[in-house]
Design a protein around this ligand. Structure first.
Ligand SMILES: [Zn+2]
Length: 450
């Protein structure tokens, strides 16, 4: 299976032909079609699009200038964060708000009114012990709440790297511009602000509106329990500053190659398997929410026996699941893998986390899991959501391991005589979230329903 994997080749080819895969953009639609055609070419008879509507956002133009009191202007390399306004043209005094946390505002609640907040995206060195950082969208939300007319965030990755991501906590278009600049420019500005009053000028144009995106689904009908489904998913969409080779070309093209493997080996599992390439993950898990909503409307949620998610999964070393009850099954599948690869380990841990496409399934009580324990290079991690997430960060051999171990897990679940965990009740889901300390994060994201 290692020898035959073509995940790496197809990812490289798609990056050459298409580039980034931003949801709702022309590139995004091309990527959806590319994957549909590829799955068809592998011999799948059942490949379909699952369309859904999104608050689309596509960057157009952006300029940032810093002005001194004596009238000197300097341009700063900057990018708009996603879901910023379609049109913004404004000037305002800059206020250094440190980490941009609630405590920074509480110390001086009036100081940013009508001004532009300048803050660090990651915690500044020397921040008090125990300080907890918050998501960029929460920082933007605080700036709005305290009356700022704009916000500039700088990251902590050396070398002028620019990072993007959504700045909107609820997926709606923001009322103020939010922009990101690099570490060196940020630190220089921070120094300059100690000595003098500075203003910033922000100009931006973005395309916004309701756009359609499409999940791509390839289905293999189960031989004995066709009504039961194992979903094997990963998000195909990326941000637009780079081709998103690692996030999530790595995971999505691994899922596509797992699908190819099933067909190539003529696997006929007991249960049905749906390989799902989600769009809209980066804008707030929109594709997986749409998939789950669709299943809820059809009354088929109970029939999804497991959801496996592959998001930046690289060279995994063990299998994981949200539920302790799946330990035995997962450990026995690990044993099988260890017989073909001695690097694989049996380190099952039942854990629940958020912020990827398993989340909407998990919140409906569906058992979720995947493969983990592998490593990504420091370079790859630094390029998360950045302009440097390029194909050279992907390692062919490590990606082959994602494909073969992922395929073995998917087949193992689809073909298991018995799956020991079933869909949780609403109260059991609540307890799982509490046990994993996820209440606050779910509340912030608007997903806490209890
Ligand atoms: Zn991702």
């Amino acid at each position: 299976m290692t020898a035959n994997s073509e995940a790496y080749i197809r990812l490289g080819e798609s990056i050459d032909q298409i580039g980034h895969r931003l949801t709702g953009s022309e590139n995004g639609a091309k990527a959806e079609q590319y994957v549909y055609d590829l799955l068809k070419s592998y011999g799948f008879s059942d490949v379909s699009f699952q369309p859904f509507e999104v608050n689309g956002w596509i960057r157009e133009e952006m300029n940032l200038k810093v002005l001194t009191p004596s009238g000197q202007e300097s341009a700063v390399k900057a990018v708009a964060l996603a879901l910023t306004p379609a049109v913004a043209e404004l000037e305002g005094l800059l206020v250094d708000m440190g980490n941009g946390l609630e405590e920074d505002y509480l110390a001086a609640p009036e100081v940013v009114k009508g001004k532009i907040v300048f803050a660090a995206l990651n915690l500044l060195p020397g921040s008090p012990e125990g300080t907890r950082n918050i998501h960029r969208s929460a920082k933007v939300s605080l700036a709005i709440q305290y009356g700022a007319k704009g916000i500039i965030l700088f990251n902590s990755v050396a070398g002028g790297t620019l990072l993007t991501g959504t700045a909107s906590i609820d997926g709606t278009i923001l009322p103020i511009p939010a922009v990101a600049i690099g570490l060196e420019d940020g630190m220089a500005l921070k120094e300059q602000l100690k000595g003098e009053e500075l203003a910033a000028q922000i100009y931006m144009r973005n395309k916004t509106g309701k756009f359609t995106a499409r999940n791509v689904i390839a289905r293999i009908e189960g031989s004995e329990l066709p009504e039961e489904t194992i979903v094997v998913g990963g998000h195909l969409d990326s941000w637009d500053l780079s081709p998103g080779a690692v996030d999530n070309g790595l995971g999505s093209f691994s899922v596509i190659d797992m699908a190819r493997t099933f067909i190539a080996l003529g696997l006929k599992p007991k249960r049905s398997v749906e390989f799902v390439l989600f769009m809209g993950e980066e804008q707030g898990l929109l594709g997986s929410r749409a998939y789950v909503q669709h299943a809820a409307e059809k009354g088929s949620l109970d029939r999804i026996r497991f959801m496996l998610n592959f998001d930046m999964t690289n060279d995994p070393k063990s299998f994981t699941s949200t539920l302790e009850g799946s330990r035995q099954l997962f450990e026995s599948l690990s044993e099988t893998v260890m017989q073909v690869d001695t690097n694989f380990q049996n380190r099952f841990a039942a854990r629940a986390g958020l912020y990827s496409d398993h989340q909407p399934f998990m919140l409906e009580g569906i058992p979720t899991g995947g493969a983990g324990g592998g490593r990504l290079s420091r370079e790859a991690l630094n390029c998360y959501h950045a302009d440097c997430d390029v194909f050279s960060l992907v390692n062919d051999l490590e990606m082959r391991n994602t494909v073969r171990f992922g395929a073995m897990l998917a087949f193992g679940l689809a073909n298991a005589p018995h799956i020991p965990v079933v869909r949780l009740t609403d109260q059991q889901v609540k307890q799982l979230m509490l046990d994993n300390n996820l209440e606050e994060a779910l509340r912030i994201g608007g997903d806490w329903r209890w």
